[in-house]
Ligand binder design. Structure first.
Ligand SMILES: Nc1ncnc2c1ncn2[C@@H]1O[C@H](COP(=O)(O)OP(=O)(O)O)[C@@H](O)[C@H]1O
Ligand SMILES: N[C@@H](CCC(=O)OP(=O)(O)O)C(=O)O
Length: 374
């Protein structure tokens, strides 16, 4: 079967557009290009397909109104620009979709919302209800509260996780480049890639820097395609109609069918460990082979200054990272617990110390070096 058919027949699609496709180089909303994209989304929606739109561009759209000529380097000004730009963007989408009688909703998410169980469930419920109500969700990162430590920064991986969250059938990534190339297409000699079947097809490809207003470049798009677990097409906004119709434009990424939950994908691919916990060989075996929770008895050391709830790396005594998880204790509490049984801890310190250092539901095993670096 023609792989692209899965896009043409998808019942729920996440479409992500990058800053460069939505804003002008002067840091303003590009109303014509937004209308053109909305035309495409509304047309597909009219056939009964549910669309979730992940829109970047808040920071870029806030530059002009704030008198800035380029993307600010500091987080506070980026947050301020995003806060200005996000309102303008959504106002524009609201009136553009209104031409088709389509109501829209703004959904702002942080990386934290993807991994914290309660937030994740709430986001999932909200999105499902918006779709039930026939409203088109427009998603962006909640830039005003995202910190440098735990932040998407780009929207490519956010879009992949939103695709999981909404159980979408396909993901379309729209950028300023019409496909993935063997190297930055601004450099001579770069060749276009039609299809990516496995990560082996990416060998030797240069996934260099991003454009002027975007952030992730191709690295985060390839990463998004890898974690989406569904068919992904990467192309430019001008080819959006063709891509969404399943025509052979851009680069088609075949799905990686390894199933993992959204939170686990996020933990594995997009968080950075805020510290390290060193495990004895028995604990490494329990976590990697038997997928158990991490108990204090198996911990031999702790490095870094993390707080309960932070992602931390778990490593063996050889220093190799074997897993990442959301820790239940602050770094300063762990030395007193190390090597102790949970029963001893409950008796000596109180019942609240009977809990795991990391619960198995909050753990992801990093089986390859590549994943450990993600
Ligand atoms: N191998 C590659 N193939 C295609 N584009 C690449 C590659 N390496 C780097 N790029 C650059 O990545 C840019 C797109 O990334 P980015 O600016 O983050 O886009 P967006 O704002 O759409 O998310 C392109 O403009 C292109 O110059
Ligand atoms: N949340 C940010 C996304 C930043 C960004 O540059 O993303 P992208 O253009 O998708 O690489 C914004 O709306 O400006």
């Amino acid at each position: 079967m023609n792989a692209r058919k899965s896009i043409a027949t998808a019942r729920r699609i996440v479409v992500k557009a990058g800053s460069s496709s939505l804003t002008t180089p002067q840091g303003r909303i590009d109303a014509d290009r937004i209308d053109a994209l909305v035309d495409v989304l509304a047309a597909r929606r009219a056939t009964g397909t549910e669309i979730i739109f992940v829109s970047s561009g808040a920071i870029a759209a806030g530059l002009g109104p704030l008198g800035l000529t380029r993307r600010p380097p500091d987080l506070a000004t980026q947050q301020a620009a995003a806060s200005v730009g996000q309102g303008l963007l959504v106002a524009r989408y609201t009136s553009s979709f209104a031409r088709y009688g389509v109501g829209v909703a703004q959904v702002l998410l942080t990386a934290d919302d993807m991994i914290r169980r309660v937030h994740h469930r709430n986001a999932q419920r909200c999105m499902a209800q918006l779709l039930n109500l026939g409203v088109l969700p427009i998603v962006n990162e909640n830039d005003a509260v995202a910190t440098d430590e735990i932040r998407f920064g780009d929207n490519d991986r956010l879009a992949a996780l939103v695709a999981h969250l909404t159980r979408a059938d396909a993901l379309i990534l729209l950028s300023d480049v019409d496909a993935l190339y063997t190297g930055d297409p601004r450099q001579p000699g770069a060749r276009r890639i039609d299809e990516v079947r496995t990560s082996a097809d990416l060998g030797g490809i240069q996934l260099g820097g991003s454009g002027r207003v975007g952030t992730g470049g191709m690295v985060t798009k390839v990463e998004a395609a890898r974690i989406a677990g569904i068919p992904v097409v990467l192309t430019n906004a001008a080819s959006a109609a063709a891509a969404i119709a399943g025509e052979p434009v851009g680069t088609y990424f075949h799905p990686d069918t390894r199933h993992r939950s959204t939170r686990h994908l996020w933990l594995a691919h997009a968080t950075t460990g805020q510290g390290r916990i060193v495990l004895d060989p028995g604990a490494v075996e329990a976590i990697v082979q038997r997928r158990k929770s991490l108990l204090p008895a198996g911990v031999t050391g702790v490095e870094g200054d993390f707080a309960a709830g932070d992602p931390v790396d778990l490593c063996g005594t050889d220093g190799r990272v074997v897993a990442r998880g959301l820790v239940n204790y602050d770094a300063g509490e762990i030395p007193d617990l190390m090597g102790r049984s949970t029963r001893w801890l409950a008796r000596e310190l109180g019942p609240e110390y009977e809990r795991e250092i990391i619960h198995r539901d909050d753990l992801v095993v990093l089986t390859t070096d590549e994943e450990a670096r993600a």
